[in-house]
Design a protein around this ligand. Structure first.
Ligand code: HMG
Length: 391
């Protein structure tokens, strides 16, 4: 049975900061951020967007009424959830009006969460071919003002519908996985910012990729020539390039240049959004699907997922005939075009804004936020979400 991605949507908040201006404000050569890190713009979430609203906005774009009746499993991958107990998936299930006879859960393993969700969804569809699974990947990457990680922050969500006979990408079954208990990046329960050993995390990312790629090749006998493109988890766009270059020494010139060119296309959206943690790999896939004009059905795409701590996985998919007709490219381009640049001062103010933690009531002006689904306030420790289409 063919199982895979039937629809894929994306949301990022409407505000961003320019990376050259951020570099200047930090007395850093702008080329370090735009070339050394490979980022041009960084999404900034206003207080009216959180992990739940971003995922709900991404899913709203792709789900029609039939999907809402067929989805019976919502799996939310995130490492920046809003509650230690209640899953973010339950909020999204309610905000979108998905039929009630469903499971809704959250999964976590750093940036690997959505990949775990997709693999779980695949197994579920194999047992229940009539069902559809909504996989959500949503995060806000925060390291702190004036930190080395600051240039690798970002915010956004990807929503994917996983089903039998998918219309975009059929997932193959030769995955190669790796787990190793390391401290390269982590966020203790009491901290709203990540801790990271930056250089070590880069090394481990590359090591994990070389190991899972090698294991995949040994298992399948496939090699570079069998791939049209390889998409990477992108904490910043230079990272995947370093990992790809680490294995391309043995590749034929033609394969190396195709993979490098397509890698470049696969970084298009990520370069202007920043790290969205668990959604980053899928945002890269979306960049490739929507921005490479001559991508052909039948092509094999490799996907490298990495979640610090750490778990890595290499897996693959084959593009379905007519996949282009099921993308939301115009909507995504409009979303980027409608974003508003803010100054570094404004970004810093937004970054420091916090929700009350003492149970007091606060209400936000959601007219300031063009998104359909917003966080309208907090009362009695409970977040109040609004879907503007249903009020
Ligand atoms: P840093 O110390 O600011 O930067 O940290 P650097 O000194 O390493 O420089 C970065 C690059 O810019 C280097 O290039 C420099 O040469 C270059 P490289 O040698 O690496 O190719 N550079 C310049 N280029 C052009 N013109 C210039 C210039 N100056 C320097 N003038 C670091 C960078 C990424 C480590 C930091 O931002 C950080 O700690 N970020 C967070 C951690 C991270 O993103 N790690 C990635 C792997 S782990 C991962 O992907 C998982 C993660 O997503 C979390 C999860 O799983 O949940 C993070």
């Amino acid at each position: 049975m063919k199982i895979g991605i039937d629809k894929i949507g994306f949301f990022t908040p409407h505000l961003y900061v320019d990376m050259e201006k951020l570099a200047e404000a930090r007395n850093i050569d702008p080329a370090k951020f735009t070339i050394g890190i490979g980022q041009s713009q960084m999404a900034v979430p206003p207080i009216t967007q959180d992990t739940v609203t971003m995922a709900a906005n991404a899913a709203l774009q792709i789900l029609d009424e039939d999907d809402k009746q067929s989805v019976d499993f919502v799996i939310f991958g995130t490492e920046t959830g809003v509650d230690h107990s209640k899953s973010a998936a339950v909020y999204v299930h309610g905000l979108l009006g998905i039929q009630p006879q469903a499971r809704s859960i959250e999964v976590k393993q750093a940036c690997f969460g959505a990949t775990a969700a997709i693999q779980m969804a695949k197994g579920y569809i194999a047992l229940h071919p009539e069902s559809k699974v909504l996989v959500l990947a949503s995060d806000i990457a925060r390291y702190g003002l004036n930190t080395a990680g600051e240039s690798t922050q970002g915010a956004g969500a990807v929503a994917m519908l996983i089903s039998a006979n998918p219309r975009i990408l059929v997932l193959e079954d030769d995955n190669s996985m790796l787990t190793d208990d390391i401290m390269d990046f982590w966020r203790p329960i009491y901290s709203d910012k990540a801790f990271v050993d930056g250089k070590y995390s880069n090394e481990q990312y590359i090591l994990f990729f070389t190991k899972v790629w090698q294991a995949y090749k040994e298992k399948t006998g496939l090699d570079f020539s069998d791939f049209e493109a390889i998409c990477f988890h992108l904490p910043y766009t230079k990272m995947g390039k370093k990992a790809l270059m680490a294995v391309l020494d043995d590749a034929a010139e033609e394969d190396a240049s195709r993979l490098m060119d397509n890698y470049q296309v696969s970084t298009t959206y990520n370069r202007n959004v920043g790290n969205i943690y668990t959604g980053s790999l899928y945002l890269s896939l979306l960049s490739l699907l929507e921005q490479k004009e001559d991508l052909e059905a039948g092509s094999r795409i490799g996907l490298f997922s990495y979640g610090s701590g750490a778990v890595g996985e290499f897996f693959t998919g084959i593009l379905e005939a007519g996949f282009q007709n099921h993308l939301f490219r115009d909507e995504h381009e409009k979303q980027f075009a409608a974003r508003k640049e803010i100054s570094v001062d404004e970004y810093e103010k937004i970054f420091e804004e916090q929700l009350p933690t003492d149970g007091s009531k606060v209400e936000f002006d959601i007219d300031e936020d063009p998104a359909v689904i917003c966080l309208a306030g907090v009362e009695g420790h409970s977040r109040k979400y609004v879907n503007k289409q249903t009020v």
